[in-house]
Design a protein around this ligand. Structure first.
Ligand code: BTN
Length: 235
């Protein structure tokens, strides 16, 4: 079967990568009720207590490596659509693919890929959505569906609705459409931002997204810079 559920796992990413390397079918999904070693972007940990939705999906899109970033943007768009239509919350996307509600992060997305020549072999995309868990007070920039809506929501329905959209999207992958949709749901373009990477920081006004999903900054010295990796903070 393509759906693997575990009550707990160190990280759904490791299990998904193991299955991908073993040649699993596209759209294989690994779900965990909680994770002991949940990972975030930029070498951070991801709080993965009970009540959240934690899964990784293995995709095998027939695309060149330079379009993999667009697949990541698509994940955020499709989850945002589910949050808006099913959960009725005003979700937006912060570059590259954090989902915010009320200016706070509700969902994070992490992906890892392996390639064959210039093409993608597989991408494992990990999604952590705060659903019925309540983020600790020590993390003031985080929220959950429970905090935002006051009620409990069925994680399974959210996951199914997301996978329906995302599988269709990947089977008819259209990078231009992804970029247009990203522009329609993002809250980054037009803002003054700080970008932090592992070893440098930039600031400027976010003015555009390029054809590979990079963020174009207009800097104070008049130059433009495209950032392909990093964390984005609104000033
Ligand atoms: C981020 O830093 O914003 C990305 C967070 C990604 C968390 C998810 S939870 C399911 C999957 N397994 C992990 O260990 N991480 C991702």
């Amino acid at each position: 079967d393509r759906v693997h559920y575990f009550t707990e796992l160190p990280s759904t990413m490791d299990k998904a990568i193991e299955l991908a390397r073993g040649g699993c079918r596209a759209n294989t999904v690994v779900i965990a009720g909680s994770q002991q070693e949940g990972r975030g972007r930029m070498r951070r940990a991801w709080n993965s207590g009970e009540g959240g939705l934690y899964f990784s999906v293995v995709v095998r899109p027939d695309i060149p490596v330079n379009l993999a970033g667009i697949v990541n943007l698509a994940v955020a768009i499709d989850m945002t659509a589910v949050l808006r239509t099913r959960c009725r919350v005003a979700a937006t996307v912060k570059w590259p693919n954090d989902i915010l509600v009320d200016g706070k992060k509700i969902c994070g997305i992490l992906s890892q890929m392996e390639t064959e020549g210039d093409y993608v072999d597989y991408i494992t995309i990990g999604v952590g959505l705060n659903v019925n868990n309540v983020p600790a007070k020590e993390i003031p920039n985080a929220t959950s569906l429970k905090v935002v809506t006051g009620g409990s929501l069925a994680r399974k329905e959210i996951l199914t609705a997301f996978l329906d959209r995302f599988e269709k999207r990947i089977s008819a992958f259209d990078p231009g459409e992804v970029l247009d949709q990203w522009k329609a749901v993002n809250s980054t373009i037009g803002k003054a931002v700080h970008i932090v990477t592992i070893n440098s920081t930039f600031s400027g006004e976010a003015v555009a997204i390029d054809s590979q999903g990079g963020l174009v900054l207009q800097k104070e010295d008049g130059k433009r810079q495209t950032v392909i990796y990093g964390d984005c903070f609104y000033k």
